[in-house]
Design a protein around this ligand. Structure first.
Ligand SMILES: C[S@@+](CC[C@H](N)C(=O)[O-])C[C@H]1O[C@@H](n2cnc3c(N)ncnc32)[C@H](O)[C@@H]1O
Length: 201
């Protein structure tokens, strides 16, 4: 007689997500940038820095399998306010299924200006990014941060995590302030959250 141990659906879904992520990393390590999705703790820390009370849409760059997307929805952002830009077509399919009502754009996050133009240059509440910025040369990172800042009102955040000791874009490459979080140890590897804002007035 065979005994089947039931695996709870959430755990099974998590396993499938992790496996897809690992496969994506194996086929393109530089683009995927991590071997597994971010932890819930890191996702929640990212979501803390954006405020659903601010008007406008929230752009998420490099959402992957949607760990941070879920934290943003739990933070109070309605799915209809989320625009996700993801390169991997399999992740795009997963995101559309998992988060009905979100806008998923399959494409290159570094072409943010074009994406926003296609959307009619809407007002933004913030930009949240899980992009592996350090895999790109500094001038490309600088351009991306400045493109985001240009689309954001002063004080509105760009929230980025990284595993490094230094900010993904250091001070001195535009008009912005940088805040850094404490280390989030419950993440593999531990990470910190860097928040960029254009100063008010
Ligand atoms: C380090 S993973 C982070 C995934 C997710 N945000 C998380 O924290 O688990 C980076 C994600 O960015 C996506 N990505 C990398 N470069 C991209 C680009 N130029 N445009 C859009 N997505 C990109 C990858 O496909 C991957 O899903």
């Amino acid at each position: 007689m065979q005994h089947h141990t039931a695996v709870p659906k959430r755990k099974r879904d998590q396993f499938v997500e992790d496996l897809r992520f690992l496969k994506s990393w194996a086929s393109n390590p530089l683009r995927t940038g991590a071997v597994s999705p971010s932890s819930r703790e890191l996702a929640e820390r990212m979501a803390q820095d954006v405020d659903p009370a601010h008007p406008g849409i929230l752009v998420e760059l490099g959402p992957g399998t949607g760990v941070i997307t879920r934290a943003l929805i739990d933070r109070g952002f309605d799915a209809s306010r989320l625009v996700l830009v993801e390169y991997n077509p399999k992740f795009c399919r997963m995101l559309k299924e998992a988060f009905p009502g979100v806008t998923v754009l399959r494409g290159d996050a570094y072409q943010l200006r074009d994406h926003l133009r296609h959307l009619g240059n809407p007002q933004l509440a913030g930009v949240v990014t899980g992009l592996p910025l350090f895999t790109r040369p500094l001038p490309q990172r600088v351009r991306l941060i400045n493109d985001c800042l240009e689309a954001l009102d002063p004080g509105r955040p760009i929230v980025q995590f990284s595993y490094a000791l230094v900010p993904p874009v250091p001070m001195g490459h535009g008009d912005y302030t940088i805040d850094v979080s404490k280390w989030v140890w419950r993440n593999l590897p531990p990470a910190r959250v860097w928040t960029y804002r254009r100063p008010r007035g």
